[in-house]
Design a protein around this ligand. Sequence first.
Ligand SMILES: Nc1nc2c(ncn2[C@@H]2O[C@H](COP(=O)(O)OP(=O)(O)OP(=O)(O)O)[C@@H](O)[C@H]2O)c(=O)[nH]1
Length: 379
Amino acid sequence: MISPLKNLLANYLKVGTDSSFDNDTNQQLFVSNLFSFIGYMVTFVLAISALVRNNNELAIWLFVSSCVFFFCHHVHRFKQLGDTIKISTRIIFVMLMSLMLFLVYSGGHAQTGPLWIYIVPPVAFFFSGLKIGLINILFFIVVVSLMLFAPNEMFVGTAYSTEFKTRLLYSFVTVTLLFGFYEYSRQKSYEFIRELSDKFEQQAMHDPLTNLPNRRGMREFLDHEYKRSRRSNSPLSVLLVDIDYFKKINDEFLHDGGDFVLEDLSRLFVSSVREQDRVARWGGEEFLFLLPETNSTDAFTLAEKIRLAVEKHDLEFAGRRISVTISIGLNEITPDMNIDQAINLADHYLYEAKKAGRNQTRPVLSSNHADNYEKNTLL
Ligand SMILES: Nc1nc2c(ncn2[C@@H]2O[C@H](COP(=O)(O)OP(=O)(O)OP(=O)(O)O)[C@@H](O)[C@H]2O)c(=O)[nH]1
């Protein structure tokens, strides 16, 4: 019995949320709905109670507030209105402040109305954050003080004792400071967790040795560029680059020497391509280049430039020169293949380059010799 009711309430509070929105937006929608839901329920009950006691003025205020809070809950259904979170939170806050000022003015039921003003600090901080929330609360304190202490009860419809008025303000300021401190700590913890999560996200997407995107990090670029190239009908190529006989380098110069080569070549690779191109560490000693707006002929020219640059590159580790060469498989991604097929094809060409003796690019393509051999049979 409890569970269906809980689900019903949870769904009701999710009005306006959408799986396509990010978590923060859905959370804000949920909390704004929760505030307006509690707001219209409480004010509706109090409106009935005021009506029963023949306090018609208070009943009207509470009933209007209830309707406004109800509107704020359902405004999210009308997405055409734009930023409904901003609309609802602002209306909720203005309505709440007005209702509180009316309660201070009228005294509510048996002069207990001002006791509700303690709702203002948490709501103000929650909706507007620490700085703006504090400014709003200070404004509220100034208005309430003027109302309470104006000569001859000019701005209130009831007579409060001086003790009540001063204690009300003291306690309100104390509650504001406590909530302000709580909000400050909450914000700091939130920022800390956010930074930590960004750091972990960055680490999960990058290879710690070379600082290049890893497979996971590259996946996002691949998907993005693949979709873009299909939309704009522009060429997109990949190069799969593998260091030749890397095991021998590791054996001869130990793991540190191998790592040094990986780091050094990563820098060379990144400096050899345009800004829009991406280089990722695809595996142990394997790198994937993603080249937007590049057809296979241009990709071949670039691959050869990089291959020759590596061949000529002066690498020195522990006072000894390390000779390095690379083999490259290249492939232009055409609309008839998906990303995985395209990379598999580049891998196949890389294997061919290795088989043909290493330190070369496959397939051999140039402006007057653009052959796509074997491609169709491999897909
Ligand atoms: N130093 C170092 N070595 C790595 C790293 N990742 C993979 N390796 C090594 O790279 C070597 C790759 O060896 P193989 O797959 O046999 O390839 P290869 O020796 O380059 O031979 P070919 O690719 O056929 O030219 C293995 O010894 C791995 O241990 C790394 O991060 N650092």
